[in-house]
Design a protein around this ligand. Structure first.
Ligand code: NAD
Ligand code: GLY
Length: 359
């Protein structure tokens, strides 16, 4: 039996379904595909493994498929335009639905296309990476990168439903799976100390894809994200805590041309940096920094950068982040495991020390 959660946003509320075998469940998916038209946006990698099941599930429907190139380097306006061009040339109208079948890259681009095509059409998320299942498919952040910065173009646009089939994680490369665990661990760090302890005890079961552990971790992550998004959909305040470690991580990704680290890996290093900075600013004890590093390491994630990282470049690049408000670098720190706080006045001396000591 699958689990069902709700992201509570008034008349835009939507369900998240979590469980094994959901891709084959027409009874769960089809009520969220109301119009005649449907376009599945995916890439070759995911299509090869899962498009046949989806075709079978939606056998009664005419299905357009838009194949976009695979990789963060293609999360661009050009790929977004490819989706829009295909919608135009296949004459999709305002009642169409876009179904994102893939990881966070497919989901973010598809959501942005859905938000903007004819001022907004139907949108369903079928995330196939752990990262997308616990984070990017929930909450309505959509968009693409610009050469000057990650996710610089986009829109808040909520899906009509999120369908999480945990079986698809069996084909996910181990490195990608670990990258998703970074975001799972993030929820423990910013919100739920007990969940963090549970992760310490169950990280190997998760890596072995134990079904019960997986469903619990995904459900807990989505629950936390849903609560935060319901309180602050457009990131006027609280939602910023979901970016714990991300300002550092985004800078690392950009400085290495999005090729060295997976997003979750960069976030893992960023969370260690944020924990270290929290300690230097007197908010967090050494023991909790060590627990953070230990769990991330046990999840198969990097906890420090390679030696060629330059603290000055990091600082400059962090200054480009969307979290810079009126020239002030705002960072998310933790004052205990399970408790995040937004800090507007980051001590630049301590920040410099953190960056210098992180390789
Ligand atoms: P990704 O989408 O690039 O997927 C990683 C790789 O796994 C790709 O090669 C993909 O084709 C492959 N893949 C996907 N599912 C698979 C499966 N079941 N089996 C085998 N291979 C599979 O990366 P990601 O980590 O899913 O997402 C990262 C992106 O998500 C970044 O662009 C990041 O900015 C974005 N993101 C967005 C949000 C948000 O709130 N919108 C939150 C976090 C991250
Ligand atoms: N991943 C951060 C957010 O959705 O706000």
């Amino acid at each position: 039996m699958h689990k069902k959660l709700t992201v509570d946003l008034g008349h835009r509320s939507y369900p998240i379904y979590i469980g094994g075998g959901l891709l084959a469940r027409a009874d769960v998916l089809t009520p969220h595909l109301p119009g005649q038209q449907l376009m599945v946006v995916t890439n070759e990698t995911v299509a090869a493994a899962y498009l046949p099941i989806l075709r079978e599930t939606l056998a009664s429907r005419a299905l357009d498929v838009c194949l976009i190139p695979d990789g963060e380097q293609y999360k661009t306006l050009a790929t977004y335009a490819q989706v829009i061009d295909q919608l135009m040339s296949s004459r999709h109208n305002r009642t169409t639905t876009l179904l994102a079948l893939g990881g966070g890259v497919v989901g973010d681009i598809t959501g942005f296309a859905a938000a903007t095509y004819q001022r907004g059409v139907g949108f369903v998320q079928v995330p196939t990476t752990l990262l997308a299942q616990v984070d990017s498919s929930v909450g309505g952040k959509t968009g693409v990168n610009h050469p000057a910065g990650k996710n610089m173009l986009g829109a808040f646009y909520q899906p009509g439903c999120v369908l999480i089939d945990t079986d698809v994680l069996n084909s996910l490369p181990e490195r990608e799976f670990s990258a998703g665990l970074a975001e799972v661990i993030k929820y423990g760090l910013i919100w739920d100390r007990e969940f963090f302890s549970w992760l310490e005890s169950n990280v190997q079961a998760l890596r072995a894809k134990d079904q019960q552990a997986l469903v619990l971790a995904i459900k807990k992550s989505c629950e936390i994200k849903a609560v935060v998004v319901a309180q602050d959909e457009r990131e006027k305040g609280l939602r910023a805590i979901l970016n714990f470690g991300h300002t550092f991580g985004h800078a690392l990704e950009k400085l290495t041309d999005y090729t060295r680290y997976l997003h979750g890996e960069a976030v893992a290093i960023g969370m260690v940096m944020a924990a270290d900075l929290s300690r230097r600013m007197g908010l967090l004890g050494e023991h909790d920094v060590e627990r953070t590093k230990r769990l991330l390491h046990a999840a198969g994630l990097p906890v420090c950068v390679d030696q060629d990282m330059n603290a000055e470049d990091m600082l400059r690049t962090m200054g480009m982040d969307k979290k810079v408000v009126d020239g002030v670098l705002r960072l998310i720190l933790i004052d205990a495991i399970g408790s995040a706080r937004i800090v507007d006045q980051v001590d630049t001396e301590h920040l410099g020390e953190t960056l210098c000591s992180s390789s």
